[in-house]
Design a binder for this molecule. Structure first.
Ligand code: NOJ
Length: 556
């Protein structure tokens, strides 16, 4: 492997930024964000340093699940613009070295999709077999629904045919039947279409549900993973360096299967939901143990694959993989009021309010995010420390418009406030206090800090490519880890607790000809003849240290 390989497997050192066009920037002042507004903000994203934009669904929608219920897989929601406007966005991004991927939501359609409208009319209607049906009364499946506040079964009765159709999500999102070869062909065609428009890949929604063959005809389709491999191969044929970033919230061992095992020929990347949940438990306990364990438990993956790390996304902060007691600890620390919780498993808050706005703690968490092995994914607004609007329903609380200025509508739109797609965040995290314009001018702002982290992350290929070790040291609240790749190595040390700590470290294979160069501040720490050093950390302190040998040509 050479440093130039980082351009071939670009996703291993990418910085991904997720946004929803409808809430990012409104350029025609109708209250709804649009592609033109996004294109206008491309230089902001470039300046931030991101290298991959993930667009949440921008397709025509039944509007039941904020765009995740699609009525036309080949269309663009006219409220956001046209196909032409999207192409302009992609070209503007590409010109600035930013690739664009988009949500691919093919586990289900909207109930209003023409396929389902046809399918539900009669058993021999065209497209009937695109969906999953049963004609006998379904058993109790209330424990399998994803949205327990709205649904109590994954089967919904359809009057005209006297059958029930499958829907893992809302009843307005009927599941497609991937055992049907015609459905599989359509999925590939959808991918091919958007790749031709210039996308570099997809964030694939709900992958385990998508590949699930419940109720389908399994005799002609024994192995769903063969289908996943076929889609990955198809993507590779259509687009050089195309990626699929899969949403698979399952234990690590099962995620390994979705990567395609040692071959690595299924999903390119997967979110590490386990490490994310462990991070919150670690923060709640001021004990780095759970996070360290989750990271060490990651299965070995092929060099072509990658873990995507994140702190927050557009959904609830799910804590479903923690035990009941662990989840209760995280709830108590970061969202004790039942109104902050959702579905009994997650929190509908953004990070800064969860940390009571403590800037030290907030910076420590993002320093940790960018120093963990993997590809970091940001959710828009995290870079400025946006909060949520608790008045909004369920998960929508964290999907408020981007805050550009302290002016009307936070600079998101010049429409009258009542016409905005969604109300803004209010209170101490609203645009008056948290906005891009103020933070751009302030070298001490969170935004400036995030830019520094992104720059350093991009300069440290060890983080995206390297092997990972947890270093021994005596403090439970501290995570000290080392990433090593080729002749480069870097150590990151994070204190998850409020007390200052002095951290003794021993770096194997190092001696007094090595030193540690601080990458976030101007400081250098010598190592002794046994490769030992003591590092001072403030409460919630963090340090990134490059291991430098005498005569090294590394740029610091
Ligand atoms: C996962 C998405 O992240 C979520 O927002 C959506 O509601 C479901 N999949 C259904 O598409």
């Amino acid at each position: 492997m050479r440093i130039t390989d980082t351009s071939d497997l670009w996703w291993k050192t990418a910085v991904v930024y997720c946004l929803d066009v409808q809430t990012f920037m409104d350029w025609d002042d109708d209250g709804m964000g649009d592609f033109t507004g996004l294109a206008q903000r491309m230089d902001y994203l470039h300046d931030l340093g991101i290298t991959c934009l993930w667009l949440m669904p921008f397709y025509p929608t039944g509007d039941r699940d904020d765009g995740y219920d699609i009525t036309d897989f080949f269309g663009v929601d006219p409220r956001l613009g046209t196909h032409g406007d999207l192409v302009e966005v992609i070209r503007t991004a590409n010109d600035r070295g930013i690739r664009v991927i988009a949500d691919l939501v093919v586990n289900h359609t909207s109930i209003q999709h023409p396929w389902f409208r046809s399918a539900r009319r009669s058993k021999d209607a065209p497209f009937h077999d695109f969906y999953v049906w049963r004609s006998d009364e379904p058993p109790d499946t209330s424990d399998q629904v994803v949205f327990p506040d709205a649904e109590n079964s994954i089967w919904e009765f359809n009057e005209p045919t006297g059958e029930w159709y499958l829907h893992h999500f809302y009843k307005e999102q009927p599941d497609l039947d991937v055992t049907n070869p015609k459905v599989r062909d359509e999925v590939a065609k959808v991918m091919g279409f958007w790749l031709q428009m210039g996308l570099s890949g997809f964030r694939m929604d709900a992958v385990p549900f998508f590949l699930d063959t419940v109720g389908g005809d399994q005799k002609d389709f024994p192995d769903p993973h063969e289908f996943m491999r076929a889609l990955r191969a198809f993507l590779g044929r259509r687009v050089h360096g195309g990626v699929i970033l899969g949403e698979v919230n399952l234990p690590h061992a099962q995620q390994a299967v979705f990567f395609g095992g040692p071959e690595g020929d299924e999903l390119t990347m997967q979110f590490d939901f386990l490490a994310m949940q462990a991070l919150y438990l670690s923060m709640a306990r001021a004990d780095a143990g759970p996070l360290a364990k989750a990271l060490l438990d990651r299965p070995e993956v092929s060099p072509d694959n990658q873990w995507a790390t994140f702190v927050r996304n557009h959904d609830e902060l799910t804590l479903d993989k923690l035990s009941d007691e662990e989840r209760a600890e995280v709830f108590a620390a970061f969202g004790p009021d039942p109104s902050m919780q959702v579905y009994g498993r997650g929190l509908r808050r953004r990070l800064p309010p969860m940390l009571d706005g403590d800037p030290r703690r907030l910076r420590m968490v993002y320093s940790l995010l960018f120093s963990l092995p993997g590809t970091p994914v940001l959710f828009y607004g995290e870079e400025i420390g946006m909060g949520e609007n608790p008045e909004l329903e369920g998960r929508m609380a964290v999907r408020t418009p981007m805050q550009w200025t302290d002016g009307p509508n936070g600079g998101f739109s010049q429409a009258p406030p009542r016409k905005l797609r969604r109300p803004l965040t209010t209170g101490g995290y609203g645009p008056e206090f948290v906005n891009v314009a103020d933070q751009r001018r302030d070298p001490e702002s969170l935004l400036s800090f995030m830019k520094l982290l992104i720059r350093r992350y991009r300069e440290c290929p060890e983080l995206g490519w390297g092997g990972f070790e947890v270093l021994d040291q005596p403090h439970a609240s501290v995570l000290a880890h080392l990433c090593r790749w080729e002749d480069g190595a870097m150590v990151a040390v994070h204190n998850l607790g409020p007390e200052p700590q002095t951290v003794p470290l021993t770096l194997e294979g190092c001696d007094s000809s090595h030193r540690l160069e601080d990458l976030l501040q101007e400081r250098s720490t010598p190592l002794d003849e046994k490769g030992r050093a003591e590092l001072a950390l403030e409460g919630y302190g963090y340090r990134w240290l490059r291991v430098v040998a005498e005569g090294s040509r590394r740029l610091l």
